[in-house]
Design a protein around this ligand. Structure first.
Ligand code: 5RP
Length: 243
């Protein structure tokens, strides 16, 4: 999966200033794209057949007092009209917004079940990246699964196989902030799928790469063809993105 939903709280971050220009050249190489309805409506060719995972949580920004104060901001009716394949909602376990976001996730699962739309829970940590321990990720993912999430976007962590073992739904891994080297990105994806992640949902580590098409192809090679990080690195040959 390609994550390009960042603007819902970060605005025009590096690499996603012009969503259409960034996203469209990458679509042929992804299994699904995660974005908001505003970007879907304005920046994606309506004829594209790439499945859409629609982010439906929001209501805060990086400039606001605190991250995590999110609610459901898109009606399921509109998601159906947009013909999306799944809905994504962030939960903020361990914060003052834990109760609010968990209840909203459960409401979204109810709405999704009514129409047969799967729900992706995102175990968000806001600015507190150091929270990404096996204990925290294990707790957040298990709670999301218990509330009915059909799949979960989370972070890779030490002892990740234990998290996978204790969570009965598929996990996809976020890339997080841009890593230092290409090999670091590929190694992260490789470790995650080797330890049982169903796949990845990378954003910044793809579209902030100077060669995003090469990176998405290399990541695809790891997830779908079982390439090692070094084999995948070979696929990172420079390619020009058309405007
Ligand atoms: C924040 C998010 C982001 O909007 C995004 O999807 C993260 O992707 P990446 O970390 O790979 O850039 O889910 O919680």
């Amino acid at each position: 999966m390609l994550a390009v939903d960042h603007g819902y709280f970060l605005g025009p971050i590096r690499g996603l200033e012009n969503p259409r220009r960034t996203i469209n050249p990458l679509l042929p190489y992804v299994d699904a794209v995660m974005l908001t309805r505003g970007i879907l409506r304005t920046s994606i060719d309506p004829e594209t057949d790439v499945p859409v995972v629609l982010r439906v949580s929001g209501g805060n920004t990086i400039d606001g007092p605190v991250l995590g104060n999110e609610e459901i901001v898109t009606a399921v009716d509109d998601a159906i009209r947009l013909n999306v394949s799944a809905l994504a909602f962030s939960i903020y376990v361990g914060t003052e917004f834990e109760h609010q976001t968990l209840k909203a996730l459960a409401r979204l699962v109810d709405a999704g079940e009514r129409y047969g739309i799967p729900i992706l829970a995102v175990t968000a940590v806001g600015r507190e990246l150091e929270k990404r321990t096996a204990k925290y990720i294990g707790l957040a993912c298990r709670v999301a699964a218990e509330l009915g999430a059909h799949f979960i976007k989370t972070y890779y962590t030490e002892d990740f196989h234990r998290v996978v073992d204790s969570v009965p739904v598929p996990l996809v891994i976020a890339g997080g902030p841009k890593l230092e080297t290409d090999l670091d990105v590929l190694q992260l994806a490789y470790n995650a799928v080797s330890e049982g992640a169903a796949g990845i949902d990378f954003g910044r580590n793809v579209f902030q790469n100077p060669n995003p098409i090469g990176m998405i192809k290399a990541l695809r090679g790891i997830v779908h063809e079982g390439l090692t990080p070094n084999e995948a690195l070979e696929l990172l040959k420079p390619e020009k993105i058309k405007a």
